[in-house]
Design a protein around this ligand. Structure first.
Ligand code: SAH
Length: 458
């Protein structure tokens, strides 16, 4: 049966979708309803109806889930950042565990009874955990600049200065930022007309060192912006606790991509520094760095544990970023072993090389290029992959099989593509042995997973 727009329905919710939305079924028809929870009966208005599934707006919760809680953040429900602030943390973890198992079984064809599936590791205090923020900037109704977070699936900006999952320094930065915009009479970007100067505020903090970077993404040549506003930026952001780097990033494209290619230092260093375990890292604005510092330590420990490296081993770290995991792997195989890190972003590879030197690690080589181009010339006993959400290129998986790696440690932020890739690896003789979920993104539907695959016949 197909529904009409604005039709009001009553429905039981039986699942949560990838983005934390409630899912219900009516006579074989699937409806996605943001804010509704499994176990609830709700009244909802149809917004968009396709042939077999549609979207509805939650109007009333008729029967409430026992796991429903009052969100702590006043912007919850409107803001697109946290999709699950109305669900108890314990239940979020249960949902994420179930999602990982479902994807491995349904998409990956894995028998999760045979593999060791460990309970997901959550956070003790799941607040203010993010070390990176990218706030869009718009002109508010009174013409004054506002910074905030996109409302779910739209580009309207919900003003937020006090985000509950960001580090507290973001509040300070945003207050300084709004003052900078007003006093300097700097215009906010307007997406429709592609006019106005400041598009985004980017903030990154090293949790262990306290070092902070602030970067403004601007819609004009970076040099011009620095010339006009550099001094004022330094005055405003120079007072932020821990500030070591003030940057401008140029993005004049009509695009949803936040950062442009060009960075310019206005004041201070080009990097921030941070510490994970016993390693120090330099991180530039354009390099990837895990957003949840506390859980990253746990995640990397699991990677090492699953890899079970021996002295003298050869390891690939594909999608290595700034070499965070590579350096731990290199330390584990000792000087007679070798690690090869591959990463597509040039700046990240530069950071990775500097990080190896900074930590006195010599048995690691970093290659700038696509993981799928690594080729079969090098030996690998163990391969670690940590791809973006779209998963590994099929070529990468093929090469892993061809070089006869004994173990694959797959780090994934997307259970769907993990399932797909594990299936391909399965066809090449790799079996899933261990599965560990780590909650890097509390209050969102996202989950991080580490999987160990081994091959019996090699
Ligand atoms: N292992 C790192 C980074 C993981 S994020 C860490 O834990 O910090 C994924 C990384 O893959 C990003 O740095 C991204 O730039 C890189 N990447 C994306 N596509 C790639 C490709 N085709 N080949 C190699 N690296 C790629």
């Amino acid at each position: 049966m197909r529904y009409r727009k604005n039709e009001i329905i009553e429905i039981d919710i039986d699942d949560l979708g990838n983005e934390g939305e409630g899912i219900g079924h009516l006579d074989g028809y699937t409806l996605f309803i943001k804010g509704a929870l499994p176990g609830e009966r709700v009244r909802a208005g149809i917004m968009k109806a396709g042939k077999s599934y549609g979207y509805a707006r939650l109007l009333e919760v008729i029967k409430k889930s026992d796991e429903r809680i009052e969100p702590l953040c006043p912007a919850a429900g409107k803001c697109g950042g946290c999709a699950l602030q109305h669900l108890s943390y314990r239940e979020q973890l249960r949902f994420k565990q179930k999602k990982v198992i479902d994807c491995l079984e349904r998409i990956g064809g894995v028998n999760c009874e045979e593999a060791e599936v460990f309970p997901i590791i959550g956070m003790e205090t799941p607040w203010h955990y993010r070390n990176k923020a990218q706030f869009p900037v718009r002109a508010g109704k009174d013409g004054k600049a506002e910074a905030g977070i996109y409302a779910g699936r739209t580009h309207s900006v919900i003003p937020v200065t006090d985000c509950m999952i960001q580090d507290e320094v973001t509040k300070q930065v945003l207050e300084r930022f709004l003052e900078f915009m007003e006093r300097g009479k700097v215009s906010a970007y307007d997406e429709r007309s592609h006019t106005g100067k400041v598009r985004h505020v980017f903030i990154r903090k090293g949790f262990m060192t306290g070092e902070v970077m602030v970067c403004l993404v601007v819609n004009e040549p970076a040099e011009r912006f620095r010339k006009s506003y550099g001094k004022r930026m330094t005055e405003s952001f120079g007072k932020v606790d821990g500030i070591v780097s003030i940057q401008v990033n140029e993005n004049q494209e009509k695009t949803n991509v936040i950062m442009g290619r060009k960075y310019l230092t206005v004041w201070g260093k080009e990097h921030i520094e941070d510490i994970i375990g016993n390693m120090r890292y330099l991180i530039s604005g354009e390099s990837f760095y895990q957003v949840n510092a506390e859980q990253t330590v746990i995640l990397y420990k699991k990677v090492l544990e699953f890899a079970g490296l021996k002295e003298g081993g050869c390891v690939w770290d594909l999608y290595c970023g700034i070499g965070t995991i590579s350096l731990f792997l290199a330390a584990a195989v000792g000087e007679s072993g070798e690690v090869v890190g591959v990463e597509i972003v040039r700046k990240a590879i530069e950071d990775a090389k500097r990080n190896a030197a900074l930590n006195g690690i010599k048995n690691v080589r970093f290659i700038c290029g696509a993981a799928e181009d690594i080729g079969k010339t090098r030996r690998a006993d163990v391969v670690v992959v940590d791809p973006p959400r779209k998963g590994c290129d099929e070529e990468v998986l093929k090469v892993i099989g061809e070089v006869k790696a004994q173990k694959v440690v797959y780090v994934s932020c997307n259970p769907g593509t993990l399932g797909r890739d594990v299936k391909i690896l399965g066809e090449m003789g790799y079996d899933v042995k261990k599965v560990q979920g780590v909650d890097m993104f509390p209050w969102t539907g996202h989950v991080e997973i580490v999987v160990l695959l081994t091959t019996a016949n090699r």
